[in-house]
Design a protein around this ligand. Structure first.
Ligand code: ATP
Ligand code: MG
Ligand code: MG
Length: 553
């Protein structure tokens, strides 16, 4: 990649290797297992694993599990599956911050012995008042100058469970007047009398993110600890711990701008609310911007990776148009998706001059890729076409309506040209059937003089097809900035983001459709089998994305 322009992280890594500051790059992706991963995390995954790949290094998957209250094994499993699905392999075994708890504890004692930490009994409200503000320096806690012996004893009591939650904390002794509030004697340990998904009841004190993160990096030999911009103010603290502890390596923290997408919410807390309050059908609802939602909806992992590459990595926050993600999906699927036909809203067509039986029509699986093979479409006397593809209105121009008009011709994709002879109606005047005739010898051949089909439409046999449910998805929010300012994102939920069509008719070959494979339903969009609700009797197809961007203006 000598010719490609490098982002600021690639430049740093190249320089560090050139300077022999490191012989091998080690990065990590450090999710907290308190929810499912979303598209923002995908950016971090692609970045951390991508840099490791590009520079011949390694990337760890490490669970930052220092907060047992909100964490769960379900999330651990889902996150690992999502990273794997995105196409990345972590170095060695999965890592857990919790497996370093004993070492963190020893390091806390190291700080106490050095006079750099103390047990503080201020209540949370008092501690807040003592902390000061951006304009005002903080005040020293009355417990700040306890003896080392007293601190060791108090900390031991904290560990032994002798104090209630909130009764006291262990704090670093740094600088209550620092302009950086993170440096005003930050909390290292708090009491949480909760079982932990990895360590069970072993601990009732848990390290804070700040006291854990850099030390996890140091233990694992992480060379470049890449995080989002909101942690820039924590970097001095990250470095303070690395300086004051006997850590085995000295990682450095770098920050990049988090991904913000319009029409999308990327906060685990808000996504969890959508799930918990049943606005969506679980974390992997195809409308969700979660990795598992995108997977269930049919987004290819390669398209998500491509999108992350397209948006690049910067230090300046900005909002990306979700249309770019959709573009990446459409672009990828146009290349790779097998073609098929499915009639969403069926209208019966009876071909008067076709004598029963079945004529197999051969179509390529992909129009531009012969390697993908061919498929067989049973053509029968009774067919279905899309209700919207027929009109009795003969005044519509050929340009406006390139489909079937009463008394005129249209080509059935991969089959005959037909003419609509009569629209049969029920007592209420609704069209219930079209009587049509085919033009002989027009399969794969031009029609005779004087017959001008208006266009090409899709169809399926009415007697040999797959009855299926089709779910049409759209953006989950109809506001470009659903959670901006003091807006309530729940008010912006798009009520039309899911439309269920229960009696669609798909071509017979789709009886063998497989989950995880997206098909282009010709003229309708890209669809894939739903992994949750499909059955052999009734397949359910999710619309991954339409053929065109209907939101562009
Ligand atoms: P959320 O705010 O959604 O809860 P988080 O940052 O708390 O996200 P973590 O599990 O801590 O969630 O995230 C793991 C990694 O993913 C972190 O390194 C974090 O910086 C990164 N990350 C999270 N959200 C984004 C985003 N929108 N864009 C880029 N990286 C992100
Ligand atoms: Mg986090
Ligand atoms: Mg969070």
């Amino acid at each position: 990649s000598d010719t490609k322009p490098q982002n600021f992280l690639q430049q740093i890594l190249s320089q560090d290797l050139a300077d022999k500051k490191h012989t091998k790059i080690v990065t990590r992706f450090p999710p907290e297992p308190n929810g499912y991963l979303h598209i923002g995390h995908a950016k971090s995954i692609c970045l951390n694993f991508g840099l490791a790949q590009e520079f011949g290094g390694e990337c760890n998957l490490r669970f930052d599990d220092t907060n047992p209250g909100k964490e769960d094994q379900e999330y651990v499993d889902a996150i690992a599956e999502d990273v794997r699905w995105l196409g990345f392999t972590w170095a060695g075994d999965i890592k857990y911050a919790s497996s370093y708890f004993e070492r963190f504890y020893e390091w806390a004692i190291h700080l106490i012995k050095a006079g750099d930490a103390y047990v503080c009994h201020l209540s949370p409200d008092e501690a807040r008042a003592y902390r000061g503000s951006l304009k005002e320096p903080g005040k020293d806690s009355p417990h700040r100058n306890r003896s080392v012996e007293e601190n060791l004893l108090e900390f031991e009591k904290m560990r032994a469970g002798e104090y209630d939650e909130g009764a006291c904390v262990l704090r670093a002794k740094i600088d209550m007047a620092s302009p950086n509030i993170n440096m005003r004697d930050p909390i290292l340990y708090r009491i949480r009398k909760l079982a932990h998904h990895q360590t069970g009841d072993k601990w009732c004190i848990y390290p804070t993110y700040d006291f854990a993160h850099g030390q996890e990096d140091a233990i694992e030999g992480i060379t470049h600890s890449i995080c989002t911009l909101e942690f820039a103010d924590h970097r001095p603290l990250y470095e303070w711990f690395i300086e004051h502890l006997p850590v085995p390596s000295k990682p450095r923290q770098y920050e990049f701008a988090r991904l913000e997408l319009n029409y999308t919410v990327t906060s685990k807390r808000k996504l969890k609310q959508l799930v918990d309050d049943n606005y969506v059908d679980g974390w992997n609802d195809p409308r969700m911007p979660t990795i598992s939602g995108m997977r269930r909806r049919g987004y290819p992992a390669s398209a998500v990776r491509k999108f992350c590459e397209l948006i690049g990595v910067t230090k300046a926050a900005s909002t990306v148009d979700v249309g770019m993600l959709e573009f990446a999906v459409r672009d990828e699927l146009n290349e790779s998706a097998p073609r098929a036909m499915c009639v969403l809203n069926p209208l019966k067509v009876v071909i008067s001059n076709f004598d029963g039986g079945t004529q197999m029509m051969t179509q390529p699986v992909h129009p531009n890729n012969a390697d993908m093979g061919e498929r067989q479409l049973p053509f029968t006397k009774e067919l279905f076409i899309e209700r919207d593809d027929f009109t009795e209105d003969t005044s519509l121009s050929r340009k406006k309506f390139k489909r079937l008009v009463l008394g005129e011709w249209v080509r059935l994709r991969g089959a005959y040209i037909i003419k609509a002879d009569e629209a049969v109606k029920d007592a209420a005047g609704n069209i219930i059937e079209i009587k049509a005739s085919l033009v002989p010898n027009t399969v794969g051949a031009n029609p005779p003089e004087g017959i001008n089909p208006r266009g090409v439409i899709h169809w399926v046999s009415a007697t040999d097809n797959v009855n299926c449910e089709v779910r049409l998805y759209d953006r989950l929010f109809n506001d470009a900035a659903p959670d901006a300012g003091d807006k309530n994102f729940l008010d912006a939920i798009n009520p039309d983001a899911l439309i269920v069509i229960s009696n669609a008719k798909a071509e017979a070959s789709l009886a063998n459709a497989e989950p995880g494979v997206a098909y282009q339903f010709e003229r309708e969009g890209y669809f894939c089998l739903d992994s949750k609700y499909s059955s052999k009797e009734k397949p359910v197809f999710n619309r991954t994305i339409g053929l065109k961007d209907n939101w562009a203006n």
